[in-house]
Write a protein that binds this ligand. Structure first.
Ligand SMILES: *Cc1c(COP(=O)(O)O)cnc(C)c1O
Length: 432
């Protein structure tokens, strides 16, 4: 496309289209993507960027993956969509079978929905209906931990970190839930029993009104990119059982190998009662999410009032999305995913280490295929975003966090280029 045409399109974009968390009056520039292949995003001016974001955790097998593209094309020739009320199809059934075999044990009731935030809403509704069906209608509140992120819809917002999130604006509209202190003990620290006290005492005091705990297992994503101790999660599981409160694991970011185990829960060897999946579920091709629950939850909900689970999105179990999800999971399982994540983890560790001694850098941490450089003050987005693009990489920081979670197919040379560019740009950023 010629540059004049591109400039016109960018102007239209600027004049008429919302972007995520972006001002209409003072938008930062957006870059025009023409195509993407493997780990490379190609801009309209011909520049190629090595992708460090996997498009927000999702594009694990790289862009335009030939297997996924072919699967999608073939499925489109058979059945792109059909309503899920009263009808079913192969892709939904096969995907459910795959997921049940893959997730922590005991979760064998699958609800498909459109996006991560909706999956969180669905999971929270399940917990409320579960309590209601048991005749405990006052047991309808949630306990979570600070620094969490669970999505942008209303009940998801209500369990996002109250400071980093949107609580202030929506005060009075959002229900007030319980927030335990964020876990302090890091993934690699020695376990400190005091870490669970805040959580334990909230649960002990309020368990009668709490239907479920919701949290991100091990990796807290958009709420702070923190990795906490597996013992914390084990304790949470034990306490939930003790106080008869359901445990919802939001694995929308951590699912499908990102943290070095297939699921965050696997680090602690626990099973939640309800599990949310999304993001990488379709290899980043389509929007799709899944909520898995135990048999018991399904039956209790069905035996109480009104005898059904009250949710049913228009695009529930979309066949295109289900078929590409099946193929994506097969690709993951067919490859040596675990050693591959270890390889990326090593590359990130070595590659990001030089940042540690920079003034203005407060922490460098890596878990699985996630690398984080935390600064002591927020980045200047307009400046740093341009610097990354000029250095040939796509990295999009937020606040004080500069982080990468590249597609799993990234090779060692590209990974070195990515981390070297990150260190170079961070050095410039903190020197200003
Ligand atoms: C991204 C994310 C969500 C929300 O998913 P969307 O598809 O953006 O609605 C929820 N929980 C976690 C942990 C996430 O990372």
């Amino acid at each position: 496309m010629d540059q004049k045409k591109i400039a016109e399109l960018l102007q239209f974009d600027r004049d008429h289209i919302w972007h995520p968390y972006t001002s209409i009056d003072h938008p930062l520039p957006v870059f025009f993507v023409e195509s993407a292949e493997g780990v490379r995003i190609r801009l309209s001016d011909g520049r190629q960027l090595i992708d460090g974001m996997a498009s927000w955790w999702s594009v694990i097998h790289g862009y335009n993956n030939p297997h996924l593209t072919l699967t999608l094309q073939e499925q489109a020739g058979r059945l792109s969509h059909v309503m899920f009320g009263g009808l079913t199809h192969g892709p939904a059934i096969e995907l459910a079978q795959l997921l049940i075999g893959l997730v922590p044990a005991g979760l064998n009731r699958v609800f498909f929905c459109d996006s991560g935030s909706v999956a969180v809403e669905v999971a929270m509704k399940m917990a409320i209906q579960h309590a209601f069906a048991r005749g405990l209608s006052g047991k309808n509140r949630f306990l979570t931990i600070r620094s969490g992120y669970h999505g942008d819809t209303f009940h998801a917002m209500a369990v996002c970190d109250p400071e980093g999130g949107m609580h202030r604006i929506y005060q009075g509209i959002l229900p007030r839930y319980f927030f335990a202190e964020m876990p302090r003990c890091r993934f690699t620290d020695e376990w400190d029993e005091a870490d669970i006290h805040s959580f334990e005492s909230l649960l002990a005091t309020h368990h009668r009104s709490i239907c479920a705990v919701i949290l991100e297992p091990i990796v807290q994503g958009a709420g702070g990119m923190r990795f906490y101790h597996p013992e914390y999660l084990k304790k949470v599981r034990r306490l939930c059982d003790e106080y008869q409160v359901l445990l919802i694991a939001d694995e929308i970011a951590t699912g499908f190998g990102r943290s070095g185990r297939m699921f965050g829960c696997d680090h602690a060897g626990i099973s939640p009662d309800i599990l949310c999946l999304g993001k990488a579920l379709t290899g980043g091709y389509m929007t799709l999410a899944a909520v898995l629950a135990t048999e018991e939850i399904g039956h209790v909900i069905s035996q109480g009032e009104p005898g059904v689970f009250m949710h049913g999105p228009t695009f529930m179990a979309n066949p295109l999305a289900c078929s590409v999800a099946i193929r994506s999971i097969q690709l993951l399982l067919d490859g040596d995913w675990k050693n591959n994540i270890t390889r990326i983890e090593e590359g990130l560790r070595q590659g990001l280490e030089p940042c540690r001694n920079l003034p203005g850098v407060s922490d460098v941490r890596v878990l699985g295929a996630i690398g984080v450089v935390e600064l002591d003050r927020p980045v200047v987005m307009a400046r740093i975003q341009n610097l990354f693009v000029e250095n040939g990489v796509w990295i999009r920081p937020f606040g004080r966090l500069v982080y990468v979670m590249p597609p799993y197919i990234i090779n060692d040379a590209d990974l070195r280029t990515l981390t070297a560019a990150l260190c170079r740009v961070v050095a410039l950023e903190v020197s200003v």
